[in-house]
Design a protein around this ligand. Structure first.
Ligand SMILES: [Ca+2]
Ligand SMILES: [Ca+2]
Length: 494
């Protein structure tokens, strides 16, 4: 009799313990390794943007999860793109289009939660090193976003004097090799910090660990061994056409009117085109090696099987295409970026060709970790594509650069509309380099009509304190960074 009572008590205790364990398992959310890269275009082997790119760790990450091969940023500049990723909102909603202001300096945006803040409020430890928000924005331990912050990066170390005499005297607009050590480079230190965090992070609470790599952002400085991966004699330059801008509207120049990044004309006159392409590729390979060090550390850590990895770049970079270098355009070299997911919830080793946006990262991470979606989010979860990569999406990818200039990219087409009403249309299936602007061909009127409907209406004006790479348009007059562009003004650097 007593035995039977004991058995019942024991059984009840086991059930209750099981229930507690089950509840515990359900509330133990996966960790997040959040890797941002600066100014990295599609020159990584899983995307095939440059046939010679050597990025074994991007390949390794691709094998671990899902690579989105048609992913596009929402803004073609650091601050607005990162603001968009980290708030889940478009620049056309926040009014942050330039390198300033930071969202937390913008009172009308005070109700927005940033991605790290949101996860922190939901029980995550939150850490960051390197460039996650733009520049030094938000770098505050025990502020709203982070429990702790690691080293900052900005292209150090620099040589004693500029390696290339670019038209811009900006110290950062430079590239090439000079004697220094990989271990002294900022991105090396960011990786080392992330590695230490992964080794020491306690398992009692989930974490979001953000590492923002700076290279291949200029200055593209690397040690000789990375340059040696790309011998000059066999180096492939991007395919260009000298007359490529003849069919692009003048308004396309307004978006990058007067930049520190040199034009192709300068590179060719100074015999620097190959050197820049090599330096950019070599910077990517160095950055890839730092990614590899972090992946090694994760693999060896107790968190290996319970950590979601997401890797993204804030926007791309031209290296001669459309006669320019740099960003700030609405074409493929500026908008197309790596976006990769791995870990719990992602299929291994598949590619998704659907058009997707960096805006989708925030809702995807919420769904992967079973957190509710904040109302502010404008993107759509990629969970269906992480499960089955061929799942179609109804939304195209939209990119903006200052009010009234937008691009819409679907599986086949890119449509661009500028603030003065001028247009471009490209058929990327038959013209992957976007050489032929088809917008004036009446045959494509229906395509233009269909794509233009996606452009956000009622775009927010520039937020107070907006500056740097700001284009205004008042009474039909374009104003670049406060300076009026007259109809007969010569395009700078051309
Ligand atoms: Ca950037
Ligand atoms: Ca053209």
């Amino acid at each position: 009799m007593l035995d039977a009572v004991m058995r019942k008590i024991l059984f009840a205790a086991m059930i209750s313990l099981g229930g507690v364990l089950l509840a515990e398992a359900q509330t133990t959310r996966p960790n997040i390794l959040f890797i941002a890269v600066d100014d990295l275009n599609d020159w990584v082997s899983p995307l095939g943007g440059h046939a010679q790119a050597k990025t074994p760790n991007f390949d390794r990450l691709a094998k671990m999860g899902v690579t989105f091969t048609n992913a596009h940023c929402q803004s073609v500049l650091c601050n607005p793109s990162r603001t968009s990723v980290l708030t889940g909102k478009r620049a056309t909603s926040t009014g942050i289009y330039g390198l300033s202001p930071f969202i937390r300096e913008t009172p009308q945006l005070s109700d927005l939660k940033t991605l790290p803040e949101y996860f922190r409020e939901h029980g995550y430890r939150s850490y960051m090193a390197g460039k996650v928000f733009h520049g030094s924005y938000g770098r505050k331990a025990n502020g709203p976003d982070w429990d702790g912050v690691g080293p900052q990066n900005g292209g150090n170390p620099y040589p004693p004097k500029k390696l290339v005499n670019t038209p811009s005297t900006m110290k950062a607009v430079d590239w090439g090799t000079f004697p220094h050590n990989d271990e002294d480079k900022d991105d090396y230190k960011v990786a080392s910090w992330a590695i230490e965090k992964l080794e020491k992070m306690p398992a009692d609470q989930p974490f979001i660990l953000s590492a923002g790599f700076f290279l291949p952002h200029v200055p593209c400085f690397v040690t000789q061994k990375w340059m040696d991966l790309y011998p000059e004699e066999t180096l492939i330059l991007p395919e260009i056409r000298r007359d490529d801008r003849d069919d692009t509207p003048r308004a396309s120049w307004w978006l990058h009117w007067d930049l520190p990044e040199p034009r192709l004309k300068f590179l060719e006159e100074q015999n620097q085109w190959k050197n820049l392409v090599r330096s950019y590729l070599a910077s990517i390979s160095f950055m890839d090696a730092q990614l590899g060090r972090v992946l090694d550390a994760l693999e060896k850590s107790p968190h290996a099987s319970n950590t979601i990895i997401v890797l993204w770049s804030d926007h791309g970079w031209h290296l001669g295409e459309k006669l320019i270098t740099g960003k700030n355009t609405l074409w493929e070299p500026s908008t197309r970026v790596p976006l990769m997911f791995a870990g719990p919830g992602s299929t291994k080793g598949v590619k998704c060709v659907e058009p997707v946006e960096l805006l989708d990262i925030f809702p995807t991470l919420c769904e992967l970790t079973n957190l509710p979606l904040p109302k502010q989010l404008e993107g759509h979860s990629l969970l269906p594509q992480l499960k089955v990569a061929t799942t179609t999406r109804e939304w195209p990818a939209i990119t903006n650069h200052n009010p009234g200039n937008d691009s819409v990219r679907d599986k086949r087409w890119r449509y661009i509309q500028y603030v003065d009403g001028s247009k471009e249309l490209y058929d990327l299936e038959n013209d992957p380099n976007e050489f032929n602007n088809l917008a004036s061909n009446p045959k494509h009127a229906a395509e233009i009509e269909r794509l233009s409907k996606w452009i956000p209406k009622n775009q927010a004006p520039h937020a107070p304190k907006s500056k740097d790479r700001i284009l205004e348009y008042r009474d039909g007059v374009p104003i670049w960074e406060g300076k009026v562009i007259r109809p007969d003004d010569k395009i700078p650097g051309i």
